[in-house]
Design a protein around this ligand. Structure first.
Ligand SMILES: Cc1cc2nc3c(=O)[nH]c(=O)nc-3n(C[C@H](O)[C@H](O)[C@H](O)COP(=O)(O)OP(=O)(O)OC[C@H]3O[C@@H](n4cnc5c(N)ncnc54)[C@H](O)[C@@H]3O)c2cc1C
Length: 565
């Protein structure tokens, strides 16, 4: 007799394990089988990449999955994302423009050792009644229609077993079992490569300079707890601390500027650092000798897309088995949180006897639309990474957008509220569509600005929370809202983003085109390449507060703005 389950999850990584915990929390008697091909428990540190979480995923892990206690005890608290830009003397970290929070943050996030986390979650899900099989490699999936259950086969200890289930959730990561089987790959026009490795021991970048003023600018330990990015044209290098007292290092680079064969082995990565990040080379190379180097991995063209995510025929993909864009802002676990939220809702409604056809369709469209609207954040943007002024503006814009819209919607459960989703996305004038349009325009604008902006700035610290607007957007994530107030809040936030966009555009346009600094601008026409609407009723003037905030990000003297062309 074949064993029967409500859900079989293919792959027991972050996406699969979190999905099982989420389902068990909502419906403790649900029967779940997780099949994981790895034979043994996960190793510490040198397990998987994806250690840094941001606000949305932190909320999911802490509040939705109730992992707050575990995270606070066993993983590191994170002190935001931190960026160091190009300077004339990269050997001196204190000379580089530094962007990051200075004071402790009100909204928590974490640095995850993926090995300890996955081991903990696999134990927890078994305690809650899920079956979790290690050394179980999925060998076949037979999807069936409404009347018949699906069949999943796997090989364990040399023999093949087959089980049947109502739902198949593919969480096999880059294994992408269903995508390969049903051929729903989608071309992805973002080709970036990466190499990463883990070093034994704690690495605190505060020790990378003797400059006392620079060191003391932040409380001890806070730089250490950040996800640190060192940037220059075409690349970023990360340094992430792990709760297991080890350190994750990685290079992420555009092959047009840094060919993959310049860093696709450990030896070459070290040489690459010597050329591009000499201080990191000096500090890290000695630590990687002998047993200090815990692992080394590479991925070529890691971004990938998908045509399908949720099917009303009771199958779906979650996590990297669907789409993955870029780790620059650590969004991988955010997408998993969103993915599991939609998928968990479909599974539970279906098990309760509801017809999920319409929901599955809407969730899939909404999910694919989110992926598509996030892509321009990264696509071609590696060209900008050598430019501090553009990147500071871009990073602040991207954060404002992230906190103001997706985070607010997620923490207030809006993504499974069909009425809200319809209001946001169904009509051309829906706020969701407007938001996507504005965001795309700004991403194009940052690229258009590049030919005009090449100054190297040094010895500056810029804190996102010196901007009232960013402070407010971020802290509002923790405020619970009623569904009826949420649309009003999204409208208010979008209006602030429109003003922010106009304030940014006016500064740049004055600098490069000589336009008046006080013009009215229709935010939905922003461009440096063609006509901008400055006279219709849609053209706006930003509030004084927002103008002041945007000036915090502007490195030039406002009065001495000159035409650079
Ligand atoms: C360079 C880089 C940096 C990143 N940094 C971050 C970051 O800082 N923060 C962040 O949130 N995200 C980050 N990510 C993304 C993050 O790594 C992924 O979002 C996350 O690991 C995906 O989890 P998953 O569960 O989908 O896949 P995985 O963690 O890969 O899990 C899939 C599981 O399926 C199993 N499996 C595969 N095939 C089979 C089979 N046939 N049978 C049984 N089991 C199978 C595998 O063994 C594996 O355990 C980064 C990604 C990259 C490429």
């Amino acid at each position: 007799m074949q064993k029967k389950y409500d859900v079989v999850i293919l792959g027991g990584g972050l996406a699969g394990l979190t999905l099982s915990l989420q389902l068990k929390k909502e419906k403790p008697d649900i029967s779940i089988l997780l099949l994981e091909r790895r034979e043994t428990a996960a190793p510490l540190a040198a397990h998987k990449v994806g250690e840094s979480t941001v606000e949305l995923a932190s909320h999911y892990l802490r509040e939705v999955l109730d992992l707050k206690g575990y995270l606070e005890e066993h993983e590191l608290p994170k002190h935001g994302l931190r960026f160091f830009f190009k300077s004339h003397t990269k050997e001196d970290i204190s000379s580089r423009v530094e962007l990051g929070p200075r004071l402790r943050l009100p909204v928590p996030s974490h640095q995850l050792d993926r090995g300890t986390l996955e081991n903990f979650m696999s134990k927890l899900t078994q305690e809650k009644g899920s079956e979790y099989l290690l050394g179980a490699k999925v060998s076949n999936v037979e999807l069936n229609n409404e009347k018949m259950l699906h069949k999943v086969s796997y090989i364990k200890d040399g023999s093949e077993e087959t089980v049947s289930c109502r739902w198949v959730a593919d969480a096999s990561g880059r294994g992408s079992i269903l995508k390969r089987k049903l051929q729903f790959q989608k071309p992805m026009e973002h080709h970036i490569n990466t190499a990463w490795w883990r070093l034994k021991g704690v690495i605190d970048i505060d020790d990378w300079s003797d400059n006392k003023e620079w060191k003391n600018y932040l409380e001890p330990n806070l730089r250490y707890l950040s996800t640190v990015h060192f940037l220059d044209k075409g690349y970023w290098l990360w340094v992430i601390p792990l709760g297991s007292k080890n350190t994750s290092i990685g290079i992420v680079a555009d092959p047009d500027i840094h060919p993959f064969d310049t860093f696709n082995t450990y030896e070459k990565s070290v040489e690459w650092m010597k050329v591009n990040e000499p201080l990191a080379y000096k500090m890290l190379e000695p630590l990687g000798r002998g047993e200090g180097l815990l692992d080394f991995r590479i991925l070529k063209h890691f971004a990938h897309h998908t045509k399908r995510i949720y099917s009303a025929d009771r199958w779906a993909v979650t996590g990297e088995s669907g789409a993955f864009l870029d780790p620059f802002y650590s969004p991988g676990s955010d997408f998993i949180s969103l993915n599991n939220t939609w998928l968990g809702d479909l599974i539970l409604r279906d098990l309760a006897g509801e017809d999920i056809s319409l929901r599955a369709q809407i969730y899939e469209q909404a999910h694919l639309a989110w992926v598509d609207s996030f892509l321009p954040i990264y696509q071609e943007k590696y060209k900008l990474m050598g430019n501090a002024q553009i990147m500071v503006m871009k990073i602040f814009w991207d954060w404002a957008v992230y906190w103001a819209i997706p985070c607010v919607l997620f923490v207030n459960n809006a993504f499974t509220d069909l009425k809200l989703l319809r209001e946001l996305f169904a009509s051309e004038k829906g706020l969701g569509r407007k938001f996507a349009d504005l965001h795309k325009r700004m991403q194009d604008f940052f690229l258009e600005w590049l030919p005009y902006e090449n100054r190297i700035f040094e010895h500056r610290y810029i804190d996102p929370f010196d901007l009232a607007m960013l402070r407010e957007f971020q802290s509002a994530i923790t405020v619970d809202m009623e569904s009826k107030d949420l649309m009003t809040q999204v409208a208010v936030n979008l209006n602030k983003l429109e003003q922010m966009a106009v304030a940014m555009f006016r500064l740049v346009s004055t600098q490069v085109k000589g336009t008046s600094p006080d013009i009215r601008v229709n935010p939905y026409t922003i461009t440096l390449k063609g006509e901008v609407d400055t006279s219709s009723d849609e053209a706006i003037v930003p509030s004084e507060e927002i103008v002041k905030d945007v000036e915090v990000m502007w490195f030039y003297e406002k009065e001495s703005a000159v035409h650079s062309r």
